[in-house]
Design a protein around this ligand. Sequence first.
Ligand SMILES: CC(C)(COP(=O)(O)OP(=O)(O)OC[C@H]1O[C@@H](n2cnc3c(N)ncnc32)[C@H](O)[C@@H]1OP(=O)(O)O)[C@@H](O)C(=O)NCCC(=O)NCCS
Length: 179
Amino acid sequence: MRTPARITLGSADGSHAPKLHALITASLEEGRLLPRTLSELTSHAERFVVAFKGRRLIGCAELAPLSQGVAEVRSLAVDPGARGAGAGTMLVNELRRRAKREGFERLCAFTHRPAYFIHLGFSIVPHLWLTEKIFTDCVTCPLFRRCNQYAMIVELDEGRDRPAESPFVPAGAPSAPHA
Ligand SMILES: CC(C)(COP(=O)(O)OP(=O)(O)OC[C@H]1O[C@@H](n2cnc3c(N)ncnc32)[C@H](O)[C@@H]1OP(=O)(O)O)[C@@H](O)C(=O)NCCC(=O)NCCS
């Protein structure tokens, strides 16, 4: 009997952009995700953490800076065939580690699925706590003032809600395949 392939994480680069585009586009409606263009994904690929099952790229999430202190989880998506195995949790936890390492104080997410993020240690806050988001994205959104997304944050203070050991495989290591 075959052992199921292990899920590993890696950093994305431009070569992953078509796969990121396909993954995000396939989950747009379900996740009410922001549509992303291939060129935008190519230029921001290094902000993405990607999950692999064996050699197959099955998930992604972007760490998008909103201000000096606040970063946002964007474009979180896991292939429907690979869900429920912890890849989404691993991706968000890796973004938390990365955000903390890069000196951010808070990680936020805008979602219609608050229960998922609460499960991951985030709390619902008023949108006005995240003026960075309002002045960058919300003001140009057709749903501004009619927003049905929850604003969620997790503080990245030392010792609070520290995610478990990283499954991150540095680029170039043998078990970090490219899709
Ligand atoms: C949300 C998503 C990324 C989760 O990926 P995943 O790899 O299946 O997540 P995990 O396996 O890490 O799930 C972790 C836990 O959350 C739970 N969970 C999953 N979806 C949930 C939801 N909508 N509400 C509450 N809990 C949820 C799982 O049951 C699991 O619980 P457990 O740890 O007690 O077993 C995936 O469903 C997806 O890509 N959805 C479409 C896009 C989307 O909605 N993106 C997020 C928008 S902000």
